[in-house]
Design a protein around this ligand. Structure first.
Ligand SMILES: [Zn+2]
Length: 318
């Protein structure tokens, strides 16, 4: 009986997000030997450890809006928004996915990949989707067109060493405890498993109340100190940082929602071009002090990068 969106192969790897015991599925409920129960709604298992999450299982059963809004805004502004030039660009994202795919293909002929924060298709994911050998488990704390299971990255509901790769883009700023989430990624990766993370540095608050942290280049590297670096660098450059700062500076003047809409449109049309400087600025060392965000691709390791070694990796203008 296959009542869930998750494949049988990946379902076999699921574990209880509370105690990590194996899960049994019957009567549309996942249950572990310690009687922790997790419901399934519209084929999507809700595997949340309520003691350790901002979200409750009930939020998902009642289809409450969590991180993403469930219905798209159908206002005039929403239509105009689609015509606005973007102030963000990630010049590294396609190459990063290609590199990630190449690395996981070395580990397994049919690599299993967990996408954390995968309710909507992330930038660059098409490269992974085009490879039919890759088996994806896409989970989030929000419903979306791609979500197969609801889980919170503080307690990933998969057994140890389940995956060849983990993708986590633009998520770690939105979790209460990034270190715990990375520890969980480490746990669910096989030996030599590969993580691809992309996380903001100079970005204003987005995602409303679900936005907690930013990382410098070295702060981001330290978060993954139990991984051997394959590649790391700038995902969004100083031009993008400038446009974001300008937009949020202007937004600080307005109080009404309408005012914010108008200022946003004005800001996008008058600053979108700054991002084009990032095409070459992202290759400059000094940009590491001003970047909008960083990426890290690394292999699970048995060694820990010492902080004394970490500081030697500094790249900015100091
Ligand atoms: Zn349990």
């Amino acid at each position: 009986m296959d009542n869930t969106k998750i494949s049988k192969e990946l379902e076999a790897l699921l574990c209880c997000p509370v105690c990590q015991a194996a899960l049994q599925f019957s009567n549309n409920i996942y249950k572990c030997q310690n009687n922790h129960e997790f419901p399934v709604t519209s084929g999507i298992p809700i595997l949340i450890n309520e003691k350790n999450s901002i979200f409750a299982i009930e939020d998902f059963l009642k289809q409450k809006e969590t991180f993403y809004k469930l219905s798209q805004e159908k206002t005039l502004f929403a239509s105009l928004k689609k015509l606005m030039p973007d102030i963000s660009v990630n010049y590294a994202v396609e190459k990063n996915h290609e590199d990630f795919l190449q690395e996981i293909s070395k580990i397994s002929e049919a690599p299993k990949v967990l996408v954390v924060g995968g309710s909507h298709k992330g930038l660059g994911l098409d490269i992974i989707l085009q490879n039919k050998k890759v088996k994806l488990a896409e989970g989030d704390v929000s419903f979306g067109e791609r979500v197969q299971l609801i889980f919170d990255a503080h307690n990933i509901p998969f057994a140890n060493a389940s995956f060849d790769g983990v993708i986590i883009q633009a998520v770690l700023e939105h979790v209460a405890d990034p270190s715990q989430c990375v520890e969980e990624i480490y746990r669910v990766l096989k030996n030599n498993g590969v993580v691809y993370a992309s996380t903001p540095f100079m970005q204003q608050v987005h995602g409303g109340p679900y936005d907690f942290t930013r990382f410098t280049y070295l702060g981001h590297r330290r978060l993954f100190r139990k991984f051997e670096q394959i590649d790391a660098g700038i995902s969004g450059g100083p031009g993008m940082s400038l446009s974001w700062a300008y937009k949020y500076f202007l937004l600080s003047f307005v109080k009404s929602k309408l005012g914010a809409h108008l200022v946003t449109i004005f800001a996008h049309f008058t600053s979108f071009f700054w991002k084009y400087f990032d095409f070459f600025l992202r290759k400059h060392d000094r940009s590491y002090d001003a970047a909008s965000g960083f990426y890290f691709i690394g292999r699970k390791s048995n060694q820990i990068l010492a902080d004394r070694e970490l500081v030697k990796l500094y790249k900015g203008g100091f």
